[in-house]
Design a binder for this molecule. Sequence first.
Ligand code: ADP
Ligand code: MG
Length: 706
Amino acid sequence: MVERSVTYLNNIKLDSLKGFGEKRYSSLKKSNLSSIADLLRFFPKKHIDRSKIKKIVEINDSDIDKEVTMIGNISKVSVFTTRSRLRITTLSISDNSGNVKAKWFGPQYIESRFKEGDDVALSGKPDIKKTGSIEFKNPTIEKFADIEELNETGSLIPIYPKIDGISSAVIRKALKEVLQIVNSPKDEFLPGIKDVIPQKILQKYSKISRTESFQAIHFPKNIKEYNLAKDRLALDEFLYLRSIFENLKSEFKNKNKGPIYKFNDIDINNFISELPFKLTNSQINSYQEILEDLTNTFPMKRLLQGDVGSGKTVVAAIAVYAVVKSGFQVAFMAPTEVLAEQHLKSISEFLKYSDIDIYFLSSSVKDRDNVLESISTGKPGLYIGTHALIQEKVLFSNLGLVIIDEQQRFGVDQRKKLITDSDIVPDQLVMTATPIPRTTALSIYGDLDISSINELPPGRKEIISYLFNGLKGDSNLVFDKCKEHLNQNSQIFVVCPYIDESENSDIQAAEIVYKEYKEKFEDKNVALLHGKMHYEEKEKIMNDMTEYKIDILVSTVVIEVGIDIPNASLMVIESAERFGLNQLHQLRGRVGRGEKQSECIFHITKKKSLSTISEDGKKRLEAIVELSDGFKLSEIDLEIRGEGKVTGKNQSGRSDLKIADLRYDYNLLLESKKIHEEINGTDESIEIFQEAKLLFPNYFAAEGTT
Ligand code: ADP
Ligand code: MG
């Protein structure tokens, strides 16, 4: 005799429940609920605490800003459209002690779901007018067909996300039936839901059983019980993730053969000892992890992450050295031409005592034939470039390693496209400078192993950040700051407003800013750089900048990524409120790379100030001036933008996680890792993977890349 497994419950369709006819069943299916397992995992969005229900007469000033629940009867429904076309629906609700008004703003069609005479539960924050009348704005409202139902439910009543045509009451009833079914013995089944974590481990980590969790997530006796259930069910979701990624990884390793190299430690150590600086500990750990991967028989898939300026390039250079020395080709891709050139420059510097050939390929390189021939004849060497490297005509015949400086611009899709005509799958190193919160990294890069550089090279001074308004006085302060830096023979970056997707409008904006600075600093060399300039022109400007021939470099966001000019000590970001938080952080990271004290000015658009820009813009600017830690900023960025966007195109917001939150449940994520290791290889771990495949289909869609 066994308990029913989730896999088994996933096969029982919801139309087998009492009262679930075709119509209801099809509404449920539209919301991705088709089986009993789905329904059990349809978690309530909140619970109404019956012990906290107030009579209207009891609601007073002390309840303002607190959530209050009341139960009453609808006495009137009215809809009103303002002249500005705002739709306002008002319900008057009364109990035997008084009455309140509830208002909804916008097209929510409350009036089609509620009518005079309905009994409802209302929760929200009350507004108490001077006259004493009480109003709720956009409260949660629930119909109770039969108020008596409340008495059966216990003190916490679950309220479910809205599904067309199906009220929370129907869901509650169905769930009670489901829980009743799974808790009764029948045929070969024992009561309860089969667990995937052995009793011993549950005890060790103080987790409650699955059966208890599903009961308590819906119908908890108290908040504590609810929280335990939530913790356990979120753990299961992390186990699913872990299991999927581990399986994808081992499948990849079993299916694919990687290149075999013949570099030796002595060579590598010599190379490292000739570098112009001592590596930081994180750099050492990272390069060792990479070299170890390279010596494996299966291909590497590794993410190297580290904040701006943490020194990822040199780590990549060590890998390049090892691979090319073994007679293979390395393709090194950057998202923009300017950045590709920067890499060319700095890696050439690191490799200058070696005899490694370095080639550059971008869409504007003239003498492409020579490079293309070396690529296709399999000539060992380092091939640096942009997207041009992954175009159809480019066919590597001896590719050992692909390095992708991702900067969050390449997606999974592009990673796939690099073409080779060999059976050997090249090793892959993805670098990202947009520090990804560890938790999010798992969801985006779950199929990659991760190395982190979590310290900056020694001697870096923290960059001082300023926030200036766009009002006249403040704009003069920006120029004063520029003068200070110019007087110390420092160079300045000025980044221009990001206007919209079209680069042309960015360039126009940049030209205006450029003129302004040119007039203000007549005796200085002010230059303009933008993406549409000719290759040679850009290259000349970059060279002039490195050779201190330019004092102020005004540019569009093309310089956002990678540029390394140690003598630049001031960064001015114009219309800073228009930029994303990560972008602001990247831009600020362009300075602070030399000995001088660096500063960064976040300058709001002309005539605007912190109080007249958007709420999100304000939050971003406040965060960026306060914090210098890229990881924290990324986390805040996620909060401001809301979830979803981080998962890339294929999944676009359709995460399978229903209860675990990658942003907040980090400790649970770590626990899941340990637990997964403890049960790895057992029947339970196979069962987890089975369940994961059923319940987390989206991860397979997006992550199955090679
Ligand atoms: P990022 O991780 O942003 O790509 P870079 O690789 O461009 O950072 O490195 C930033 C700067 O720090 C470069 O000028 C690089 O030469 C320098 N650098 C890297 N590692 C060290 C180190 N261990 N000690 C001193 N300087 C270093
Ligand atoms: Mg870099």
